[in-house]
Design a binder for this molecule. Structure first.
Ligand SMILES: Nc1c(NC[C@H](O)[C@H](O)[C@H](O)CO)[nH]c(=O)[nH]c1=O
Ligand SMILES: CC(=O)[C@@H](O)COP(=O)(O)O
Length: 134
């Protein structure tokens, strides 16, 4: 059995908790073990937490779950670009998949509910696919 680690953003604790429920279900369906579920303050902290997981020999891949909401400034957009770019770089550095289930940036409250489970599922499915291809 291959193992994954999941990094979750506390900034939207309730919604991301629902994403975690979906991620756990998909991981079980795909035969993946979850060796770590790491809560961090927000998306800015996800790259470091993901890198710590990818350094583990018992981790074949990782998943990042969270939401980057629409604010009054460009802060969310800048964060979204930087974080997702870093997560892609980490995949290539460690040659291990990182499933990205981060809603937004710039998502409005009404847009969140229908995306919670599909984004979480897609992130785990992508991670599982790339582990199987490896
Ligand atoms: N506004 C959002 C944040 N902001 C918090 C940052 O991610 C970070 O924790 C803070 O800057 C301290 O380093 N995080 C999200 O994940 N989503 C947001 O909408
Ligand atoms: C995405 C965010 O960081 C957001 O919560 C910040 O909002 P603002 O752009 O109004 O500072």
């Amino acid at each position: 059995m291959s193992n994954i680690g999941i990094v979750l953003g506390r900034f939207h604790r309730k919604e991301v908790g629902e994403m975690l429920d979906e991620a756990r279900a998909v991981a079980a369906r795909r035969g993946l073990g979850i060796v770590a579920e790491v809560w961090v303050p927000g998306s800015m902290e996800k790259p470091l937490a993901i890198k710590r997981l990818l350094m583990r020999d018992d981790v074949a891949g990782a998943v990042a779950l969270g939401i980057i909401e629409r604010g009054e400034t460009e802060h969310g957009n800048v964060m979204g670009h930087a974080v997702i770019s870093s997560l892609i770089d980490l995949q290539l550095q460690f040659m291990k998949p990182v499933g990205v289930g981060i809603l937004g940036p710039g998502i409005n409250p009404s847009q969140i509910p229908p995306r919670i489970r599909p984004y979480a599922a897609a992130a785990v499915e992508a991670c599982a696919d790339l582990i199987e291809q490896g």
